[in-house]
Design a protein around this ligand. Structure first.
Ligand code: SF4
Ligand code: SF4
Length: 260
């Protein structure tokens, strides 16, 4: 599926969405790079209700998740343009990203990827661990405020994740469908930007392999300097600029730029 088809599928899905499929409050909170692809006028015809309030997390109130963790025992892949949005916005989220860049914590041109150490821990997680295990908490979650520090630049998974508090199974299914389409769009945008910056398909494919946990791989937290040098090539030591420019590049795309 190419970027054009991904965008069309995403837009067609919005038109299929009828009453109650998605809360308007939730759609209004989408990151700016994704909101550009929403046809809010089409969605508004559905007559939405506001049905979930994450500030008053029901899963925490009922003890299913810890209040200090909520549903953020998850490390999202943060695509390059979202990383740029975080860095451009400053604040605690940007400090986390800057530390990751400094420490070589799986910060690749495609974006910030969970380390193999994190993935190894996550693989061992049981269903009851979600919302309970502090060692799996997202690095962008701020415990003091119990909130996400990168809300305006969160990825497709975090943008479309709502627990069963949002209309039970029907809500879970509707959000999962929207996630599939938004993820597809997100990944195409990442690849288009890297091609634009001169990376080859082979180099992009090598990076995409980091989204999986390789078999028999050491559960490392940091990548060796030589590996980082080869992944970043001529963008070494300019990671922040690379990401911020990705954010602006995606933000300035219009339908006409990639719809034939
Ligand atoms: S999506 Fe559900 S679990 Fe997550 S913060 Fe909102 S109410 Fe809580
Ligand atoms: S990025 Fe934000 S919403 Fe997503 S898991 Fe982390 S803290 Fe939660």
């Amino acid at each position: 599926m190419n970027l054009t088809i991904a965008l069309r599928t995403f837009k067609a899905r919005q038109k299929e969405m009828g009453e109650g499929h998605c809360s308007k409050q939730a759609l209004d909170s989408w990151p700016v790079v994704f909101r550009r692809f929403l046809d809010l006028k089409a969605i508004d015809h559905g007559g939405f209700k506001e049905s979930v309030d994450c500030g008053q997390c029901k899963m925490a109130q009922t003890g299913q998740y810890k209040e200090s963790l909520k549903c953020c025992t998850y490390f999202p892949f943060l695509p390059c343009f979202s990383v740029g949005g975080v860095l451009a916005g400053g604040g605690p989220g940007a400090s986390v990203v800057n530390d990751m860049i400094r420490n070589r914590q799986f910060v690749l041109p495609i974006g910030v990827v969970p380390s193999w150490q994190y993935r190894t821990k996550h693989k061992s997680m049981g269903g009851a661990d979600f919302g309970q295990r502090e060692d799996l908490l997202c690095p962008f979650f701020q415990k003091s405020t119990r909130n996400c520090t990168i809300w305006k630049s969160r990825n497709s998974a975090c943008t479309t994740f709502y627990c069963s508090s949002d209309r039970g199974q029907a809500g879970l299914d509707a959000w999962a469908e929207l996630y599939d389409d938004l993820y597809e769009l997100e990944m195409h945008l990442v690849q288009e930007y890297l091609l634009f910056r001169g990376f080859s398909w082979e180099e992009i494919c090598e990076q995409l392999e980091y989204l999986k946990l390789p078999a028999n791989q050491m559960p490392i937290e940091y990548l060796p300097q030589e590996k980082m040098d080869s992944l970043w090539q001529h963008w070494q030591n300019q990671e922040s600029r690379f990401f911020i420019e990705a954010f602006h590049w995606v933000s300035e795309l219009s339908d006409a730029d990639f719809l034939p």
